[in-house]
Design a protein around this ligand. Structure first.
Ligand code: PMP
Length: 428
C-alpha cells in the first residue's frame, strides 16, 4: 500500500498559486529572471483591481459622477438627453458661447489659420491673433501685459509653479479652486491654508510663518466658484504690502461679470492699479476656451520664459483665440448684457431670500443641503420640473449644495419657473 503524505491545505493552496503565477507570467520570466524572487514573495493580485473597489466606494457614498449629454448649442434653454430644460448650470454668464458673432469669428479664424496652432507658442504655434488677444486682455484689465494659456487650469499651474519653489511659502484660502490648490502643491513651496475669507487668520499665519521663507505668494479666488461669495481683496492686498507678499487672484467667475466695465472683482473692489497678478479664464463669460494672466510687463515676460504649462503645450487654437477676442469686443459694446445678468441675479436672490441661500454678489447662487444624497434627490426633482441645476458634492466642496448659475439670456419667465420649482422641491 502506498502512503500519501498529509500535505497541509495552506501549502497546497500556496503551491497552486505559485504555479498559477508562473503560468500567468510565462515568457516574461524568461526575459526578466530576477523577477522570480519578487513573484514568489508577493501576493497574487491584479494591478488594476483596486479601481473597481474604489468605484464601488464612490457609488456607496453618492460621490459617483457621470457626464450628461447636451444636444446642440448651450444656452438658457438646452436639449439634455432628449429633454428640453432651463439651464441653470452654465458658466456662459453672458450667453456668448452661442452668439452668431462669436461663431463667425471662430469660423473666419479657422479658415485663415487652420484648426490647430500646430506647436507650442515658442516654436511654431504663435500667430498674430494670439498677441492681438493678449494686448486686448491687457487693455481690458488695465494691466501692462497679458499672456494667454490653453486653459485657465494651466494658467494657474504654470504661473504658481514659476513664481515660487521649495524655499517659499504659499498662503491660500481654504475654498480656492482646484487649479490654485494643485498649482500650489506642484510648486514645491510650503503650502498653508487660511480660513475662508478670514483676514484675521491670514494675518496670524503671516505673523507665524512669513519670516521663515524667502518669497511668499497669497492665492485666492475673487468670486468663489462653488459658493459665489467674494474675497476681501483690499484687505488681502494691504496684508501683502505689509508682509512683502506676491498676490495671485483668480478672476475666473468675475471676468465679464463684476465691476462697472465687467473687468472683474479687482475693478469691483476698487483695487485697479494695485500691484498684483490676475488670472482668469476665457471659457466662462467669454464663451470660448483658454486662460489668461495679467500683470506688469516683467512678470508676464518671466512667465513666458518659465511657465512649463505655457512653454511645453500647444498654443490656443485659432478658433478659440478669435472667439475670445470677439467676446471682449461684445463685452465692451454691450454693457446691457451684464446689466441684464445682474438684474437676473438680484431677482433670483430676492425670491429665494427665505431659503438660506449662501451670500453672493456674483452669478453663482448656492442652496446648502444636508448630504450628497439629498443634493442628488433635489437635483433630480428639479430635473423632473424642467430645470437643470447640478448637485455639488464632496470632494468638490466640504458640504453638499445645489448650485444655480444665472445668465444674461434667461428671461423673467425662466427665472419665475426656477423660483417656483425650487419652492416646490424644497418644501416636499
Ligand atoms: N479657476 C476657477 C475659479 C474655475 O472655476 C475654473 C474652471 N472651473 C478654473 C480656474 C479653470 O479654468 P478653465 O476651465 O479655463 O480651465
Amino acid at each position: 500500500m502506498r502512503l500519501t503524505p498529509q500535505v497541509p491545505v495552506k501549502i497546497v493552496v500556496f503551491t497552486k498559486l505559485l504555479t498559477l503565477k508562473r503560468a500567468f507570467f510565462g515568457n516574461n520570466l524568461a526575459i526578466f529572471p530576477l523577477a522570480n524572487h519578487y513573484i514568489d514573495q508577493s501576493p497574487m493580485n491584479h494591478p488594476y483591481s483596486w479601481i473597481e473597489d474604489s468605484l464601488k466606494t464612490l457609488h456607496r457614498a453618492n460621490w459617483y459622477r457621470r457626464v450628461k449629454t447636451i444636444q446642440g448649442r448651450g444656452g438658457a434653454v438646452i436639449e439634455l438627453e432628449g429633454r428640453s430644460l432651463l439651464n441653470f448650470a452654465s458658466n456662459d454668464y453672458l450667453g456668448l458661447a452661442a452668439d452668431e458673432r462669436m461663431i463667425a469669428a471662430a469660423i473666419a479664424a479657422t479658415q485663415r489659420y487652420g484648426t490647430g496652432s500646430t506647436g507650442s507658442r515658442l516654436l511654431s504655434g504663435h500667430r498674430d491673433l494670439h498677441r492681438d488677444l493678449e494686448l486686448a486682455i491687457a487693455s481690458f484689465k488695465n494691466s501692462e501685459d497679458a499672456i494667454v494659456f490653453s486653459s485657465g487650469y494651466l494658467a494657474n499651474l504654470g504661473t504658481i509653479t514659476c513664481l515660487v519653489g521649495q524655499k517659499d511659502l504659499i498662503l491660500g484660502d481654504q475654498y480656492n479652486h482646484s487649479s490654485l490648490k494643485n498649482g500650489a502643491k506642484l510648486s514645491g513651496a510650503t503650502v498653508k491654508e487660511y480660513r475662508h475669507n478670514s483676514l484675521e487668520d491670514l494675518e496670524n499665519q503671516l505673523l507665524a510663518h512669513r519670516h521663515h521663507y524667502r518669497h511668499c505668494l497669497l492665492l485666492t479666488d475673487t468670486v468663489f466658484s462653488m459658493d459665489g461669495d467674494i474675497c476681501p481683496l483690499a484687505g488681502i492686498l494691504a496684508l501683502a504690502e505689509i508682509y512683502n507678499c506676491m498676490v495671485l487672484v483668480d478672476e475666473a467667475h468675475a471676468t465679464g461679470v463684476m465691476g462697472e466695465n465687467g473687468t472683474g472683482c479687482v475693478e469691483y473692489c476698487g483695487c485697479q492699479g494695485r500691484e498684483l497678478i490676475q488670472m482668469g479664464t476665457l471659457s466662462k463669460a467669454l464663451g470660448s476656451l483658454g486662460g489668461y494672466v495679467t500683470g506688469n510687463a516683467k512678470i508676464i515676460d518671466f512667465i513666458r520664459n518659465r511657465a512649463a504649462t505655457w512653454i511645453y503645450t500647444t498654443g490656443l487654437s485659432p478658433a478659440d483665440t478669435a472667439a475670445a477676442r470677439m467676446a471682449l469686443e461684445i463685452i465692451r459694446l454691450e454693457p446691457e448684457r451684464r446689466q441684464r445678468l445682474h438684474q437676473n441675479i438680484n431677482f433670483v436672490k430676492s425670491k429665494l431670500n427665505n431659503l438660506n441661500i449662501l451670500p453672493s454678489e456674483a452669478a453663482i447662487l448656492c442652496l446648502p443641503v444636508a448630504n450628497p444624497g439629498q443634493a442628488l434627490e433635489l437635483s433630480q426633482k428639479l430635473l423632473e420640473k424642467g430645470i437643470f441645476a447640478p448637485a455639488i458634492r464632496p470632494p468638490t466642496v466640504p458640504t453638499s449644495r445645489l448650485r444655480f448659475t444665472a445668465m444674461a439670456t434667461h428671461s423673467l419667465a425662466h427665472l419665475e419657473v426656477l423660483v417656483q420649482s425650487i419652492g416646490e422641491s424644497f418644501s416636499t
